[in-house]
Design a protein around this ligand. Structure first.
Ligand code: KG4
Ligand code: ZN
Length: 333
């Protein structure tokens, strides 16, 4: 059977989404489902690991079953099972890895442990997305913020990362300060559109290098909200977003001057932000490179990106390491 007609079953459970997808080698998505735990964690203002593990355990088999039913394919069309083995929360990871291992045994299929970050890196190539190499990648998620140089799907080097908070974390914390729900990113986006960026917040580490820091910006917002409880929330949100966008734009433009890149690829949950997408388009126009973005639904955590990364691992003959790992570098398999 040609790889065009075969699928990898991708399973993602590293944080608060139970996600499953069937993806062909060319990145086309046959079926995908995500069971979000947003409502479970909302009252805690962040992901509660024990509740996340329990929800994954309850949802993972029904989600796999429903995805298979949607795809309506014969079991022989499944080439392998790819599952996130890290980084992430240990309980949630163990649910995914053990479910995948069990299925692999029952179906006699190979099981590939995938680095979640490598999944995000490949998300822009899903469903016909064109990602020319070499590429500069900006990964902006809830857990990570970094710039990387990607010479191919597997040859990756880190150019700079955040020394403290990730961009997604900053969005979530600022949302909490403003009394918005969890996750904070989409709520901040919406509120920012209603305000003007009149407050000048710090733009940490803007002047040099490719590293990031967002804790100072977060602290500045916290101080202001504490000192002026009546301050206009849309103005705070718009000003916070303006500071983040300036930092991301300057760092990406600087990186594009220093490395050989045909494209800028922006991935991770924060790449779902319309403001981020717009500003990155401007950076690419100015630098004369292509902008590659994942379709909105593949920007946040999903099973499709894990399945596509699984195809890379198969092509490389990378050893299927199934040990869950809470911490992994983007260079790890
Ligand atoms: O990649 P992701 O789904 O999970 C991790 O691997 O961390 O990213 C989640 C992060 C959260 O911080 C969330 O607030 C942020 O992505 N996010 C957004 C948007 N949608 C999700 N941030 C800004 N604008 C959005 N529309
Ligand atoms: Zn993620």
């Amino acid at each position: 059977m040609a790889d065009r007609e075969r699928y990898i079953l991708g399973i993602e459970s590293s944080c608060d989404d139970t996600a499953v997808a069937l993806v062909a080698a060319d990145g086309s998505v046959k079926a995908a489902l995500t069971q979000s735990q947003t409502r479970i964690h909302a009252e805690w203002g962040g992901v509660f690991p024990e509740l996340a593990s329990r929800a994954h355990a309850a949802e993972i088999i029904p989600t796999i079953r429903q995805t298979l039913a949607l795809a309506d394919i014969d079991r022989s069309a499944i080439r392998a099972i790819a599952v996130t083995r890290g980084p992430g929360l240990i309980g949630p990871l163990m649910v995914g890895v053990n479910s995948a291992a069990g299925l692999g045994l029952a179906w006699d299929k190979p099981v590939i442990g995938v680095n979640h970050l490598r999944g995000h890196l490949r998300s822009a190539a899903l469903e016909g997305g064109d990602v020319p190499f070499p590429a500069l990648v900006l990964l902006v998620s809830g857990g990570h913020t970094m710039l990387a140089h990607m010479r191919s799907a597997s040859d990756i080097s880190i150019l700079g990362a955040s020394r403290d908070d990730s961009v997604g974390e900053a969005y979530d914390k600022v949302a909490r300060m403003l009394g918005l729900g969890f996750p904070g990113g989409p709520a901040i986006d919406k509120l920012a559109k209603l305000g003007t960026p009149d407050i000048v917040f710090p733009r940490p580490m803007l002047k040099d290098g490719l590293e990031f820091s967002f804790s100072g910006l977060k602290a500045a917002v916290a101080r202001l909200v504490q000192e002026q409880p009546d301050i206009d929330p849309p103005t705070v949100a718009a000003s916070f977003v303006a500071a983040v966008l300036d930092v991301l734009a300057v760092k990406c433009a600087r990186a594009l001057e220093t490395v050989d890149a045909a494209a800028l690829v922006v991935v991770g949950g924060v790449a779902a932000s319309p403001q981020v997408r717009q500003r990155m388009a401007e950076v690419c126009d100015a630098a004369g490179v292509t902008l590659a973005l994942p379709p909105l639904k593949w920007a946040t955590d999903n099973g499709a990106m894990i399945a596509l990364a699984g195809w890379d691992y198969l092509a490389l003959g990378a050893l299927p390491d199934l040990r869950p790992a809470t911490r992994l570098s983007i260079q790890d398999f």
